[in-house]
Unconditional design. Sequence first.
Length: 192
Amino acid sequence: MQRGILGGTFDPPHVAHLFAGEAAYRELGLDVVTFLPAGAPWQKAGSAVSAPAHRLEMTRLATEPAAYFEVDDREVRRDGWTYTIDTLGTFPPDERVVLILGADAARGVPTWHRSRDVIDRVRFAILPRPGVERAQVDAAMAGAEVVWLDTPEIELSGTMLRARARAGHSLRFLVPDPVWRYVLEHGLYGDF
């Protein structure tokens, strides 16, 4: 079993998340891509994050059309801060795990809790991101098994989308249609 894991806050899940999962699935021949919404992401301490139940449901709605995408709620169900190394320990040790990350997130892997243990456990699939040089990521990921995905740089983030919504701009077509409708129905990011 070769499992891709795409974790994050998913606040909201957007087309770049889906594209990342698709690229990794196709390029690496993965069996499944598991979208893993963070429960209490320690690196977002002090930041406003939508309730886990909303983020989980939006992720389910976003990934529903692809049979090889699944959503896993193990981090949302766990109490306390969520750390990647703890989550990895809940998957069978014989599974080949590929962490799918944007270059911006990959550059920060050395700051993760028990980062060396994470690096020893997984392979990384990295997507280029605007403003992040490959050499920076390669230096930060020294000793890790890394594959760079052949994708264009997409300048899209949850932070950007929340700011757009709060400024009164539509998120339609930047997020999957069911996610857009969910955001509107629940008034997650203000009136737009």
